[in-house]
Design a binder for this molecule. Structure first.
Ligand code: DGI
Ligand code: FE
Ligand code: FE
Length: 193
């Protein structure tokens, strides 16, 4: 049986540090609001939002050993940038530990960090909610991206991806090919209109 939202919250409160737990609740409610605005399924959005970072606070060495033990294959990019692993491992834990059976929720968790071309509505909602939730305050473009997210999901994605790439370049991080492909996809989508 899938765990109830209350049971999951209780468990995440222990698994995550305080600010990550608060971020998680922020993503959950922001995802609900985006689902309302765009005709998505509110319950799905909330559960995916609640669980999206469930693997975030596991130490890196443990992330690697959990992936090995459970035959979760990592890309070269994930091995080089362990910050990416929590998405794949999070989708695994959502299924195995929290007993989520809804594949679309698991998929939204899987792609929440890099995105991917042709995301579905729930994928987009979680990707965007992760960036705009109220506790986020670092990105300069938030005053533009927040209202845009309630008007045009693809335009918001393009803006977020562009700024994320700029940030990764500025900080000298290796860019995952999916992040790049996702940006190119939503750029070409924008040029179609
Ligand atoms: O887990 P959150 O902090 O809430 O947000 P997230 O899942 O979007 O993860 C953000 C982290 O992922 C941040 O440390 C930057 C990193 N990231 C996202 N795309 C890429 C990336 N890191 C690298 N090296 N390359 C990427 O393409
Ligand atoms: Fe994350
Ligand atoms: Fe997050």
């Amino acid at each position: 049986m899938p765990e109830s939202m209350d049971e999951i919250k209780k468990s995440l409160k222990k698994e995550l540090d305080k600010s990550r737990y608060e971020h998680t609740l922020g993503v959950m409610y922001t995802a609900a609001a985006l689902a309302m605005a765009h005709g998505g399924n509110i319950e799905q959005a909330m559960l995916a939002g609640l669980l999206h970072d469930c693997a975030k606070c596991i130490p890196n060495d443990e992330k690697f050993s959990m992936c090995k033990k459970n035959h979760i294959e990592l890309t070269e990019s994930e091995k080089e940038n362990p910050a990416l692993i929590h998405a794949k491992l999070g989708a695994f834990l959502a299924k195995e530990k929290y007993h989520v059976t809804d594949e679309s929720i698991l998929h939204a968790i899987l792609v929440h960090t890099t995105g991917e071309p042709e995301m579905n509505l729930l994928d987009k909602i979680i990707y965007i909610a992760d960036y705009i939730e109220p506790n986020r305050n670092k990105a300069d473009n938030l005053p533009v991206v927040r209202p845009l997210s309630f008007q045009n999901l693809d335009a918001a994605l393009f803006k977020i991806l562009g700024d994320t790439l700029d940030y990764l370049k500025e900080t000298g991080k290796k860019i995952d090919s999916l992040t790049e492909q996702t940006y190119e996809y939503y750029k070409s989508k924008k040029n179609e209109n």
